[in-house]
Design a protein around this ligand. Structure first.
Ligand code: UD1
Ligand code: UDP
Length: 360
């Protein structure tokens, strides 16, 4: 393929699968190795029907941030020098995103940024720095929403380099909901199904890297009295182990390595979702589910404004917020449209990339 799609983490695979499918033979899928467990990478390639990556970088996995990005850019630039491409597509705000964008730009290859223009305005997040770097590099910015486009214009990006496409997560969610998945009863206990449950998933450094933060979240989740299904990210598993907090996980139904269709099945039947995930803030707008976002800030205000999610910052009492959210009615969500588009982004972005490749 002459159009490289560079990805490295779980959400990138989920959100780029539709573009890879639309590009067909033209796609050269390059996995950086940032996520290496089968449960964070391989299973998503299989389930989403995009085959295996054609190229795998070997220098990225398990390295600290500076080394990961530095070595990744070097290895990928070498690959592009030996095996040229006409265009590179990256998604989101991970270390893999910045690796792809930088390596392409240094070799004069045009860069398409999918999910461009998100800003949390919190420079303590590594993702915010990645967004700024990729935003400075990208030749074509595919913004999901008008708000995202406005962030780019405010930074001086020319209007003709921004296209509002919607977010590919909409079609990814719709597709996964139509796919085969495990039954609820095969994933969690009968009691959990009959009593109703909260679905929780946590992995941001701000929540996992200080023992007090992780402890507070786990205690507050347990205090609600409602069953909690907790899908465990490897970063969070490692943190709980390191801080001696694994006991606090025992009240929960812990699931690891949950695939996308299964995760959405759990989400679709939950009474409430509690998470610091980026993608989940978008997915709840398609599933029409309520979400509490456990974070200092969010780069996804659209989900909040539309009424699907609410930010619970560390100053707020999470246990209280959970209790009041469980009491509240969420009927209005069923008729609220998703602010992230109509599910046509993947096809549109693939066409835009093909056009850019033509002139490069
Ligand atoms: C990364 C992204 C984050 C994204 C998340 C999606 C950056 C800076 N962060 O965070 O934006 O929301 O992916 O899930 O790019 N680990 C494993 N096996 C794996 C992958 C990770 O054990 O396959 C463990 C390792 O201990 C690793 C830690 O998780 O050090 C963190 O992984 P890393 O990719 O650095 O960050 P994430 O928290 O996954
Ligand atoms: N997800 C999944 N299994 C899980 C947890 C999440 O398939 O156990 C999916 C989820 O539906 C969403 C994506 O992974 O599409 C979000 O990834 P993550 O929260 O790791 O990253 P973020 O979106 O925060 O960057």
């Amino acid at each position: 393929g002459d159009i490289a799609v560079v990805l490295g983490t779980r959400p990138e695979i989920i959100k780029l699968a539709g573009i890879i499918t639309a590009l067909g033979d033209r796609a050269r899928v390059i996995h950086t190795g940032q996520h290496w467990d089968d449960s964070m990478a391989g299973q998503f390639f299989r389930d989403l029907g995009i085959g295996e990556p054609q190229v795998r970088l070997t220098s990225v996995a398990g390295k600290p941030r500076g080394l990961q990005i530095g070595l990744g850019v070097a290895e990928l630039a070498e690959h592009f020098a030996e095996h040229p491409v006409r265009c590179v597509i990256v998604q989101g705000d991970t270390n893999s995103t910045t690796i792809g964008a930088q390596a392409a730009n240094y070799l004069d290859v045009p860069v398409v940024h999918v999910e461009a223009g998100l800003r949390s305005f919190d420079r303590n997040m590594p993702e915010e720095i990645n967004r700024l770097v990729v935003g400075a590099i990208a030749d074509l910015h595919c913004a999901a929403t008008p708000e995202n486009a406005a962030n780019l214009y405010a930074e001086g990006v020319a209007e003709d380099r921004v296209v509002i496409t919607g977010n590919t997560v909409v079609e990814a969610t719709e597709l996964a909901r139509a796919q085969a998945h495990r039954h609820l009863a095969a994933m969690v206990s009968d009691e959990t199904v009959s009593r109703g449950y909260m679905l929780a998933t946590i992995h941001r450094p701000e929540n996992t890297d200080a023992p007090e933060s992780l402890e507070r979240i786990l205690r507050d989740l347990a205090s609600s009295g409602k069953p909690v299904v907790f899908t465990l990210h490897p970063r969070t598993a490692a943190a709980a182990e390191r801080f001696g907090l694994t006991d606090l996980l025992t009240p929960f139904e812990i699931l690891t390595g949950v695939g996308h269709a299964d995760f959405l099945e759990l989400a679709a039947h939950a009474d409430l979702i509690v998470s610091d995930s980026g993608g989940v803030q978008e997915e709840v707008t398609v599933l029409k589910k309520p979400l509490l976002v456990v974070r200092r800030s969010t780069e996804r205000p659209e989900s909040m404004t539309a009424g699907f999610s609410r930010l619970v910052t560390p100053e707020l009492d999470l246990a209280q917020e959970i209790a009041s959210e469980l009491r509240a009615s969420h009927d209005a969500l069923a008729d609220t449209p998703s602010p992230y588009g109509r599910g046509t982004a993947s096809r549109e972005i693939a066409k835009l990339a093909e056009r850019l490749a033509l002139v490069s």
